[in-house]
Design a protein around this ligand. Sequence first.
Ligand SMILES: C[S@@+](CC[C@H](N)C(=O)[O-])C[C@H]1O[C@@H](n2cnc3c(N)ncnc32)[C@H](O)[C@@H]1O
Length: 406
Amino acid sequence: MPEAPLTPSDTGQLPLIDSVFQPTQNEFNRQKFVSALRKFVLVDLQGQMHQAYDDLEVPAYTAAHGHAPVNGREADKAMEKNPISRFYSSIRYNTQEMVWESVREPIERALPEMIDISRRAAHENPSGGSLRLDADLKVPRYVAEVDVHLIPGSFHTEFTADDVAQGAIAAFGAGVFSGGLVWRRDKKGRFGGVGESVAAYLSRKYPDFKPRRILDMATTSGKNLFPYKDVYPEAEAYGIDVGAPLLRFGHAQAEGYGIPVHFSQQNAESTDFADGSMDLIVSCFFFHEIPVKVTQAILKECHRLLAPGGFMVHMELPPQKDLNPYMNFFWDWDTINNNEPTYTAYRSQNPTALTLAAGFEKRNCFEMTIPNFATFGEERFNRFVKGELEAPAHGSGGWYVFGARK
Ligand SMILES: C[S@@+](CC[C@H](N)C(=O)[O-])C[C@H]1O[C@@H](n2cnc3c(N)ncnc32)[C@H](O)[C@@H]1O
């Protein structure tokens, strides 16, 4: 009988933390179903809801108020009793809960092994990264007092010593969350599409820009930081977050993938990095989850940390000012329904005004939508960089970003 192939643990290498997540066939089918249901809600049902808004609810609202809805709040009012909208909302809420639930049991089974791999990674750092945790860090209220986007335990909770569970939930849950939406993927089939696309854009548009240090704020477990190391292999990569279990998991994952990343548990409002120590600061899906005054403080911190000539690029939801009332109603759904109470307040801001207030110069600020590199295709992406093609809308194959060069 042929011998079983050596597993990474037999060889003394660090096993991939992903490899111990082994859903049963039933669990796998359940995850596939949830991904498909999410796609159905966000694409098909949402399309029908949009149609109902245009055909039925705008005329009804106009008849009652003398004008069509002028903003997201009025569009929301117009849709309040619409049956498709209510059905959409109810299914979407339940699907969100099902995402996290669909990965919980396989994570619970694998947890002791995952913790073991994470401990080994922290001890050995075989790929040259590091993990620095701060047991005294005060997790901000806006993370600790809500289960952000309905993840039980939010981003920070630790249920056992050296816990990685919230990192695993966020990482494997993201696979289910985005599983039906191909345009969120990167070339490796992972969900680092934002990082890969921003890095592809910067390296093509500014070929002389060679960052020595890259910082990803609110990195969670680093999935949108990893692609920068493909594009800028010489750069040192830093990822910060307030959630220790996320960082433990991300660090173990990075060490297993062979990507050196320096993870540290820090509040992005005030980090311990030196003035001017970073050449590129990025974030994604961050500011809509925190109070506006915290965003203001973080943008100032970016200004402090950036070296002259450095870039900050934040991927976020497109602001209200750029979208029509229906789309604002659609995007702001999460504020009330998805435990993201600061979502609408963030979207009502002007990102460039926030950037200027942090000390950047107007001529160096930008707001734009970048296509998702892997799904748009390299040839078309290059034409986009040359200004020959437009990006798809944010959320449908494009990523809205804003930022500045210092
Ligand atoms: C939606 S997630 C970000 C997703 C991540 N950027 C990615 O691409 O996978 C929001 C993250 O912000 C982190 N966070 C919230 N407030 C923070 C703060 N003040 N400083 C650093 N991280 C923070 C949370 O712990 C959470 O991991």
